[in-house]
Design a protein around this ligand. Structure first.
Ligand code: KIV
Ligand code: NA
Length: 264
């Protein structure tokens, strides 16, 4: 069982085979998703919201994410593990991006992901040149939510051309794939057709080469109103709610522990 490689993802596109990607931030989800055959796992900066309890992805740091990357790498045998470069760790220069990416690669990641359009092409080129595969990420980029004016679909109308051009620039800079987040299906379809590298959709319609979701959204662990692009495949929040209520009740009423859980 060797690890999935970038080559395999490019071959999949050539053969018209779609692949699923999920976030993972810890041992057990990494083991379960790896055993399920998810070929690509992302240690996303969405850990900011989904692990560390912040409102946005902005506060999470490289030092926060490194131990999560190590955990996911240690817990997988087959999946390609991608580390997300957090806000503030790569924008200033290609040198800054390289310094950050090297830290993640030394932690065992096999690729990194970074947000932004053609402005970050120099970063993509520097990393790729140094032997670090880069997944790009355009459309709605959560690290830019304050300039984008919140969670909004990007690339509507004539703005679609800008996204197509960004995708081409990033592919030419050496990106091995590009995430398209919250873009109209038609734009995603255009980009998918124009590029030889795979597109990974999230809120980008049914015509991308791959799909990604945050695992807590996919598995129904997160409460509240879900974005339109999420499909919930389980109701883990209810499962855990029921389990914890049952446990608390049995402790309070003396039904647990019994002799069966005790030592003589
Ligand atoms: O951090 C993240 O979870 C992501 C994916 C949603 C693409 O960037
Ligand atoms: Na991210």
């Amino acid at each position: 069982h060797r690890r999935v490689r970038i080559r395999d993802l490019h071959t999949a596109k050539e053969h018209g085979e779609r692949w699923p990607m999920l976030t993972s931030y810890d041992q057990y989800t990494a083991i379960i998703f790896d055993e399920a055959g998810i070929p690509v796992l992302l240690v996303g900066d969405s850990a900011s919201n989904n692990v560390f309890g912040y409102d946005t992805t902005l506060p999470v740091t490289v030092d926060d994410l490194l131990p999560l990357v190590r955990a996911v790498v240690r817990s997988t045998q087959r999946a390609l593990v991608i580390a997300d470069l957090p806000f503030g760790s790569f924008e200033a220069s290609a040198e800054q991006a390289l310094g950050t990416a090297v830290r993640f690669m030394k932690a065992g990641a096999q690729a990194v992901k970074l947000e932004g359009g053609r402005r970050v092409a120099p970063q993509v080129e520097a990393l790729t040149g140094a032997g670090i595969p880069v997944m790009a990420h355009i459309g709605f980029t959560p690290q830019h939510e304050h300039t984008l004016g919140g969670y909004r679909v990007q690339g509507r109308g004539s703005d679609g051309d800008r996204l197509v051009h960004d995708a081409i620039c990033l592919a030419e800079a050496g990106a091995f794939a590009v995430v398209l987040e919250m873009v109209p299906s038609e734009v995603a379809k255009r980009i998918t057709g124009e590029l030889r590298i795979p597109t990974v959709g999230i809120g980008a319609g049914p015509n991308c080469d791959a799909q990604v979701l945050v695992w807590q959204d996919m598995a129904g662990l997160r409460g509240g109103k879900l974005p339109r692009f999420v499909k919930q495949y389980a109701d883990m929040r209810t499962v855990l709610n029921d389990a914890v209520a049952h446990y608390a009740d049995e402790v309070r009423t003396g039904q647990f522990p019994t002799d069966a859980h005790s030592f003589e």
